[in-house]
Design a protein around this ligand. Structure first.
Ligand SMILES: O=C(O)C1=C[C@@H](OP(=O)(O)O)[C@@H](O)[C@H](O)C1
Ligand SMILES: C=C(OP(=O)(O)O)C(=O)O
Length: 440
């Protein structure tokens, strides 16, 4: 089996030899891990984190925090995080890679260091929106050069501001990043979202995740009215956190069951969660799959029927690339709506999905806020083998492997970019596709 290490060129996507039957242990949530790391760095004493995701985005977060003076020890997967007395400016530019959570969550923390910290990233990072966070830091009293990656944040002796209004319709991470550090600003934080066009904050469950993790650490944060938060200044209490599996990462594996009339089980599924990826259960059910949560095991069983769906993914926009692949094989015309802002994700996902699904013969059109997909049915009528492109976007690889699962002869150019959220994705995927039935 070819793995990332020996794959230089396009990766031949494994074709389903029949129904996929597998049990897949999905790594920890990127969103929870990076919040837990950041909050541990801001805490009043050492914290531990178990089940943390170990992938590129979390490695970048760890390195960023260490360069600001945080100590992180890895004891066979148990992370011990010890905050410094006071953050020190990073001696070298902080590499954000293509991680939204690093580029939006770390600058507010860097503003607490007295001195200058620079931020750099992958080529595509510089077109991801960041200005609202940097604008807020200026209002709070930091000096900021730049409006995107690369940029430099210089913290004063004391941040004197308190009230900021930003437009967070481009990403929920703007609000999350400011709220996460808010209790450590000397005057706390009063934060409002206001969009001149009336556009709302996307990926709302991620804001709930931020609020819940703050409250779990004793931070007093209230949503005084819709889109208006107040964070009181005070300590962030150290704690010990266990990270849930990443439910958005799980989606691509579960989708394989729906596409092949197979059955995929993901253990560790939380009964209650703030992860937007949990929405995948509802989408799969509405498309015709059988979805069952027994204890903490989620099993999706394909029924051989895949119905078109009208899916508003405004709250769970990360799911769009996987849902788009499912819609490609559905019976009838599907609509994905509410996700205009994913043009600012790792790539312009609406344009990329339109182009790549076309490449495989799909009948797909991007709309103002989503996609319209005329499904080819599970028989894949009219679809053809294609050399699919990923645009350095891990979730475009997820789309590609689902297309190639049913359309023999497809490749994807950069399977290695999946390491953003899943290490060794190619091995995990090939193993799942080729699992013998008795390995359920
Ligand atoms: O806060 C977070 O951890 C995230 C928020 C969401 O961002 P957007 O609001 O930009 O969609 C999500 O898509 C991203 O993958 C992770
Ligand atoms: C949008 C995503 O990532 P990021 O955290 O970099 O915004 C994603 O993982 O789908």
């Amino acid at each position: 089996m070819k793995t990332l290490q020996d794959t230089a060129g396009p990766w031949p996507i494994p074709v389903a030899p029949g129904p996929v039957h597998a049990r897949v242990e999905v790594p920890g949530s990127k969103s929870e891990t990076n919040r837990a790391l950041l909050l541990a760095a801001l805490a009043d004493g050492p914290s531990t984190i178990t089940g943390a995701l170990d992938a590129r985005d979390t490695a970048l977060m760890r390195r960023a925090l260490v360069s600001l003076g945080v100590q992180i020890d890895d004891d066979a997967g148990l992370l011990r995080v010890t905050p410094p007395q006071r953050f020190s400016p990073a001696p070298e530019p902080i590499d954000c890679g293509l991680a939204g959570t690093v580029m939006r969550f770390v600058p507010p923390l860097a503003a607490l260091a007295h001195g200058s910290t620079s931020f750099v990233g992958d080529a595509a990072a510089s077109v991801r929106p960041l200005a609202p966070v940097l604008h807020a830091l200026r209002l709070l009293g930091a000096t900021v050069e730049g409006d995107a990656i690369p940029c430099t944040v210089t913290g004063p002796e004391l941040l004197e501001g308190r009230e900021v209004t930003i437009d967070s319709s481009g990403s929920s991470q703007f609000v999350s990043g400011l709220l996460l550090a808010g209790a450590r600003f000397p005057n706390g934080l009063v934060l409002r979202h206001h969009s001149p066009t009336g556009a709302s904050i996307p990926s709302r469950p991620h804001v709930e995740m931020t609020l819940q993790m703050l409250r779990d650490r004793g931070v007093q944060v209230t949503e005084t009215e819709p889109d208006h938060w107040q964070v009181l200044p005070g300590p962030v209490l150290a704690n010990d956190q266990r990270i849930e599996p990443d439910l958005t990462s799980a989606a691509v594996f579960l989708a394989a069951a729906a596409l092949t009339a197979g059955s995929v089980t993901v253990p560790g599924w939380p009964s209650a969660t703030t992860q937007g990826g949990d929405e995948v259960r509802d989408v799969l059910r509405r498309m015709g799959a059988h979805v069952e949560l027994a204890g903490d095991e989620l099993t999706v069983t394909g029924t051989g029927t895949l119905r078109a769906v009208d899916a508003d993914l405004h709250g769970s926009s990360e799911l769009t690339p996987v849902v788009a692949a499912l819609c490609l094989f559905a019976e009838g015309t599907s609509t994905i709506r509410g996700v205009a802002h994913i043009r600012g994700h790792e790539t312009d996902r609406l344009a990329a999905l339109e182009t790549e699904l076309h490449r495989a013969g799909g009948n797909v059109r991007q709309t103002d806020d989503g996609l319209e997909i005329h499904g080819a049915g599970l028989a894949g009528e009219g679809l053809r083998p294609a050399d699919l492109l990923s645009y350095a976007d891990h979730r475009l690889v997820h789309t590609a492997v689902l297309v190639g699962l049913l359309v023999p002869g497809c490749t994807v150019d950069d399977v290695a970019c999946t390491s953003k959220t899943i290490n060794h994705f190619d091995t995990l995927w090939s193993t799942m596709v080729n699992s013998p039935e008795d390995h359920r």
